[in-house]
Design a protein around this ligand. Sequence first.
Ligand code: G3P
Ligand code: MG
Length: 351
Amino acid sequence: ASRSFSHLRSPSQRPSFGIAFDIDGVILRGNTPIGGSPQALGRLYHDSFGTLKVPYVFLTNGGGVPESKRAFELSKLLGVNILPSQVIQGHTPFKQLVKRFENDLIIAVGKGEPATVMSEYGFKNAFSIDEYASCFDNIDPLAQFKKWTTGHVNQNNTIRSTACTQRVHAAFIVSDSVDWSRDIQVLCDILRTGGFPGREIAHQPSLYFANDDLEYQAVFPSERLGMGAFRIALESIFNSIHPNALEYTSFGKPNPSVFRNAETVLMETVPSSYQSANHVTGGNHVFRTLYMIGDNPSVDIKGAKQAGHPWFSILTRTGVFKGKKIMLSIQRIWLLTLLKRQWTISSERRA
Ligand code: G3P
Ligand code: MG
């Protein structure tokens, strides 16, 4: 990850467009590259130098690990050198909330390393829901039946004496919940008691979701339930046991702010030496077109459309969207009608 964008081409070959790639259902399914995605990404670099020719970022609603780690993993899977700054995940905008919760106890939920993600963003008192739940005996009455749990939670007395006695100021759903029943139970405990599980009802702490994807592609042939489905389950249960409706904020695509941020990141990849008078606004490179390549119409395509110029959306059939090729079907019907007509005419002539 030592390469920088300072090698982008001469002014005559200044990039007029940039690309934002969705990951799940476009570039990867699980850990397997889709189609020729590694080769396609390779074509965005100059062969001779291995330096970037076309500015691009990954704009995913997924996550669970820091951007630096995701960039490293993607580089290995796709055979190109991807910088951490090229990886924008669903939880990346959580950084904006550091000032508000910097020293407060916050709970990070989801697969991977959610607490590490939040700590790297600057939250000084972040605990994973695994660590937090382990502070409270019997908080999950089903834990004893969960044969898959290893029980190897990084728990020590410091956690017990700090996390369990402090008020939880916010819960962040960083990535997909691994144990819905435990997480919904513990989140309801936190949210209905003002951040003190087991106590009386009090004002709800803040709640943030990294995305609101109802479904995503993954490896299985049909789509899998995503963070949006988890949100619906949590919200429905919370609203049934609490007098006030659940308050929350969801980040990720299709929010226009995500696309504005991606545009800024893409502009930062273009060094000032490639800017020219007719392409400069306020000292920044301005792209004629930014392509969002995604598989989910209600997330990637809706988001790019809402973001407006210079965004242009391209929908693939490699993931959530599995629509039929309408033009081909129409052409086929037209061809069959034509053949039938020809056959009728020749039969009539023979008769
Ligand atoms: O959990 C990941 C999923 O919600 C979407 O990922 O890359 O398609 O935005 P992506
Ligand atoms: Mg996708």
